[in-house]
Write a protein that binds this ligand. Structure first.
Ligand SMILES: [Zn+2]
Length: 121
């Protein structure tokens, strides 16, 4: 295990940055930098599949928003990552296409989604 892996290991046990600093004879700021440098990709965004699941949005829609430069996911390692800000923006952009009753995506012109209108709301 290299240093950053050992630090991560201790971090997962719940130690604070300061405790880690003492353990590895580093400043807590240095510990933070090491963790951010090595592991930020797992921490700083949502993958495309997470965005799709959380916001009920299709891949095609995400691609369209990206082409229009409305959202700017970053490429980190092999991941395309969306920020919290992207999430908020996507949700806002899609809001008027959502069923007011269940939050699913609905056809533009109808008041609510097919499922809700079928079940007699
Ligand atoms: Zn609905």
């Amino acid at each position: 295990m290299d240093l950053s892996e050992r630090i991560m290991h201790s971090r997962l046990e719940g130690k604070t940055l300061r405790q880690l600093g003492m353990e590895f004879a580093l400043s807590h700021e240095r510990v933070r930098q090491i963790l951010v440098k090595k592991y930020s990709s797992t921490k700083t965004g949502f993958s495309q599949s997470e965005v799709k699941k959380k916001l009920h949005v299709s891949q095609a829609t995400l691609a369209r928003l990206r082409t229009k430069n409305l959202i700017r996911p970053r490429l980190q390692g092999c991941w395309l990552l969306f920020s919290e800000m992207d999430m908020v923006r996507i949700a806002a952009l899609l809001n008027h296409h959502r069923c007011p009753k269940c939050g699913r995506v609905k056809p533009k012109r109808s008041a609510c989604c097919r499922r809700c209108s079928r079940s007699g709301y």
